[in-house]
Design a protein around this ligand. Structure first.
Ligand SMILES: CC(C)(COP(=O)(O)OP(=O)(O)OC[C@H]1O[C@@H](n2cnc3c(N)ncnc32)[C@H](O)[C@@H]1OP(=O)(O)O)[C@@H](O)C(=O)NCCC(=O)NCCS
Length: 154
């Protein structure tokens, strides 16, 4: 959460976030939504998503969204990359998904490395306004994208 809120989310924030994620941003009938991931020995590792930007009108016309958040014990094992690659496959299995996007703070080098490893390209950077600025905010945000035509040749 260091690069997301700069602190743990409260139960109310978590409930509000997931209420949108699991309704408007998910469409299970098309295979879009949020996945819980487990390690080979059945430990909960974290979540991954291939979902829409419903509720974010500035982004919803641009494409679909890839995301992930892993427990610290699951880091450094290649699991984030493996799951993120599976999310790309899930998104592009929908015939109308032309582009997948992901964004993170510029200073989040671990997350940026995952996006680069699955073939996404850094396409945009910007500095946003924060209600509660967190360390690294001044470095801004980065967006990574992958077009269906590029995915087809990976
Ligand atoms: C961002 C985040 C997912 C990155 O996790 P990660 O463990 O670094 O990424 P991966 O699962 O792809 O693992 C890659 C690392 O595992 C190592 N690794 C070990 N065994 C491996 C294997 N069998 N296969 C591949 N990589 C392996 C790699 O060498 C690499 O280590 P390095 O970065 O020191 O070179 C994780 O830090 C996280 O969940 N952070 C909190 C949430 C967050 O920031 N989300 C994104 C915000 S938008």
């Amino acid at each position: 959460m260091r690069y997301i809120l700069g602190r743990a989310a409260t139960p109310e924030e978590t409930r509000a976030e997931w209420a949108t994620r699991l309704t408007a941003q998910s469409d299970a009938s098309r295979g879009l939504g949020y996945w819980a991931g487990f390690t080979p020995d059945d430990e909960f590792a974290g979540w991954w998503s291939a979902s829409s930007f419903a509720g974010r009108p500035e982004l919803s016309g641009l494409g679909y969204r890839l995301g992930y958040r892993l427990r610290r014990t699951a880091w450094g094992r290649g699991l984030a990359t493996e799951g993120a690659g599976a999310m790309l496959a899930e998104a592009f299995a929908c015939a109308d998904v032309q582009r997948v996007l992901a964004s993170t703070m510029a200073v989040n080098t671990g997350s940026r490395a995952v996006l680069a490893r699955i073939g996404m390209a850094h396409t945009d950077s910007w500095v946003r306004e924060w209600d509660e600025p967190i360390p690294g905010w001044e470095g801004g945000e980065v967006r990574y994208e992958l077009e269906r035509s590029a995915y087809d040749v990976i």
